[in-house]
Design a protein around this ligand. Structure first.
Ligand SMILES: Nc1ncnc2c1ncn2[C@@H]1O[C@H](COP(=O)(O)OP(=O)(O)OP(=O)(O)O)[C@@H](O)[C@H]1O
Ligand SMILES: [Mg+2]
Length: 224
């Protein structure tokens, strides 16, 4: 069996005072693949991603995830903190205490990987939504992340930038061997991934071929 970058085994989690959100939830993402996580509103997708990012702890069960892991939020304005593109990507490297030259190299490489090399000095406020998401992804690449966790990164983008972003992540997974887990509601994005999970009632009810899952969910949408 291929090596796994993410293993979730029988994870249970409930918010304080709330219902149990994840009930014996299990999934595995093979290393170097691009998988998507689907499910209705409130099914626990964001909660699961927060558990994977280590922002929350499971009440029971086990999570194993290759490190370092990077998180990309739905709204990039909640994530980008520095005034310019280059400074923002460099900011994520502060903890590593690298020599300045190496920081510069990593920032340039990461921005080149998301086709933003020319915008290094651009103020963040002067970027489009899709460009902001690519800066957030560059931050993870600069930190040499093994895994990218993306929570509806295209939710605030127009349809063209949406498909640009998903195609970009597809290329990064192919070229850099990164593993990506991408939460979405948009079925057209399934065309870009290697596999998908369907989360319902706190556990994974279906998994595998994205084409088959897309068919299944399109039929459900038609009925509704
Ligand atoms: N910070 C919180 N405190 C308490 N309950 C929460 C919190 N965040 C989410 N929940 C609850 O946990 C459940 C799962 O929420 P979650 O955000 O994980 O769903 P989701 O699948 O990401 O939904 P969506 O598709 O709307 O983003 C919901 O019932 C929600 O109300
Ligand atoms: Mg969510």
């Amino acid at each position: 069996m291929a090596e796994s970058a993410i293993i979730v085994q029988d994870v249970c989690f409930g918010w304080a005072g709330g219902e149990t959100v994840l009930k014996s939830c299990s999934l595995t993402v093979p290393k170097g693949e691009f998988w998507m996580l689907l499910g209705t509103n409130g099914s626990g997708k964001s909660t699961l991603l927060r558990l994977l990012a280590g922002l929350l702890r499971p009440q029971s069960g086990e999570i194993k995830i290759a490190q370092p892991a990077g998180f990309v939020f739905q709204n990039p304005d909640h994530q980008l903190v520095m005034p310019t593109v280059g400074a923002d990507v460099a900011f994520g490297l502060v903890e590593e205490n690298l020599p300045l030259l190496q920081v510069r190299q990593r920032v340039e490489e990461a921005l080149a990987a998301v086709n933003l090399w020319a915008l290094q000095r651009r103020p963040i406020y002067a970027l489009s939504g899709g460009q902001k998401q690519r800066v957030a992804i560059a931050g993870a690449i600069a930190r040499r992340c093994e895994v990218l966790l993306l929570d509806e990164p295209t939710a605030l983008l127009d349809p063209d930038s949406q498909l640009d972003l998903v195609a970009q992540v597809r290329r990064l997974v192919n070229s850099q061997g990164i593993t990506a887990l991408w939460v979405t509601h948009r079925l057209d994005e399934l065309d870009y991934c290697d596999g998908a999970f369907l989360l319902e009632r706190g556990f994974v009810v279906d998994r595998g071929d994205p084409k088959r899952l897309k068919q299944r969910l399109m039929q459900v949408q038609e009925i509704i």
